[in-house]
Write a new protein. Structure first.
Length: 167
């Protein structure tokens, strides 16, 4: 798939088939995440690969919807703030770096005909407890990853004129 086709095709999927994801596809997605640019190339992040099978009720404590656990896998991206670059004014790039990593995951999955849905409104304490995260890791985003049950969608976006300012 061409780059702009991937961008245009990417959308939030909220209904998944239970089909397993081929290891080769997962490896390609993780490689895309590994190659994501980070501030000063410090790569201060961790990717958590979570199998949903048999853990559905437990994992719904992280994000309380059925479709969150329909897919066979959930990927989480955690930043490591203490190892991340910060600007001179103190602004940490840990969240930005983790967001770039998640974007690479989502676009790579789309390219491989897999569905995703970026989730930021999750229960951080539940995620830390259930996944036994290292205390220095900060969970930033999760996405189910799997084959979409439905492949039709309508993408609504603002016009270029509404979002771009030239100075």
């Amino acid at each position: 798939m061409e780059y702009f086709e991937v961008i245009k095709k990417r959308h939030s999927v909220r209904s998944y088939k239970s089909n397993e994801i081929e290891q080769e596809k997962l490896d390609m997605i993780l490689e895309a995440a590994r190659l994501a640019p980070t501030a000063v190339n410090w790569q201060a992040f961790k990717i958590i690969v979570i199998s949903t099978k048999g853990r559905e009720e437990e994992l719904k404590k992280i994000y309380k919807t059925d479709w969150f656990v329909e897919a066979p896998l959930i990927l989480g991206v955690c930043s490591i703030p203490e190892k991340c670059w910060s600007r001179r004014d103190g602004k940490s790039y840990s969240d930005v770096d983790a967001a770039i990593v998640m974007d690479h995951i989502i676009l790579a999955a789309t390219d491989l005909e897999l569905g995703t849905c970026w989730i930021g409104a999750f229960n951080s304490k539940a995620a830390r407890d259930i996944l036994e995260l290292d205390p220095s890791w900060e969970p930033i985003a999760f996405t189910p990853i799997g084959y979409a049950k439905e492949t039709t969608f309508k993408k609504v976006r603002k016009s270029i004129e509404d979002i771009v300012v030239y100075k």
